[in-house]
Write a protein that binds this ligand. Structure first.
Ligand SMILES: Nc1ncnc2c1ncn2[C@@H]1O[C@H](COP(=O)(O)OP(=O)(O)OP(=O)(O)O)[C@@H](O)[C@H]1O
Length: 214
């Protein structure tokens, strides 16, 4: 179980906290969906959960062990909103092995199969992929690190209907083995595969039920 207790984030530069007393529970194999309008603090929350920013207050726990930001960097894999901006490799193979050339081919193929890209040659250039395929490659880059928790920032933003459907199917398969936390302002398709939902408004996280969303 992944838990957040009384988490707040209040940088000195802001008059109001960006996140206030956030509490959340997410079980293994669950997909949690956080819906919030622009500027509500969604990306900030994911950055804290990925260990990239330090909360002002509160604890983040995995099976009751309190995690430091360094431990969170190991445990969580964050897929940014426009992951193609962060690609570093000139081929799929280079991208998946970036910084870890020792990763065996078997793991490369498994990560690509997990996201439905195993039909592509390993020398394919990341920038030649469609928008939806690039999102899935970014997911594979995180999966190959074997995180316990996958964090996704607006995974369907900017994709057309069929690419959104493909991505939702991939996420649905992934939650059999991983816990996923997804933030979005557009929940139409994602709510169908979510196990828990919250609304983030002005930094406060409130649980909501799917029927309310529908
Ligand atoms: N370190 C910081 N110092 C000052 N302000 C910050 C800091 N981090 C985030 N903010 C502010 O907090 C607010 C929430 O930003 P955040 O990017 O988390 O929102 P969001 O819900 O992801 O928005 P969007 O959907 O538009 O990406 C914004 O007004 C942002 O400028």
């Amino acid at each position: 179980m992944f838990t957040i207790r009384h988490l707040s984030y209040h940088p000195a530069a802001t008059p109001q906290p960006i996140l206030s007393d956030v509490n959340l529970d997410l079980d293994m194999g669950e997909l949690g969906l956080i819906i919030g309008s622009s500027g509500s603090g969604k990306t900030t929350l994911l950055e804290i959960l990925a260990g990239l920013a330090h909360p002002s207050r509160g604890v983040i726990q995995w099976h009751e062990q309190v995690l430091t930001p360094e431990q969170l960097q190991q445990l969580a894999g964050l897929v940014f909103q426009f992951p193609d901006r962060y690609f570093c490799g000139s081929t799929l193979l280079e991208e998946l092995r970036f910084g870890h050339p020792e990763i065996p081919y078997e793991n490369v193929y498994r990560a690509l199969a997990d996201v439905g890209l195993d039909h592509l040659p390993l020398h394919t250039r990341p920038e030649s992929l469609s928008g939806g395929q690039q999102r899935r490659l970014a997911l594979a880059v995180q999966l190959i690190r074997q995180p316990y928790l996958l964090l996704l920032d607006e995974p369907t933003a900017g994709l057309d209907w069929s690419m959104r459907q493909q991505l939702v199917q991939v996420l649905c398969r992934l939650k059999e083995h991983w816990s996923l936390l997804v933030v979005t302002h557009e929940a139409t398709e994602l709510q169908e595969i979510s196990d828990r939902c919250w609304q983030l408004e002005d930094g406060c996280l409130v649980p909501i039920s799917s029927p309310v969303l529908l």
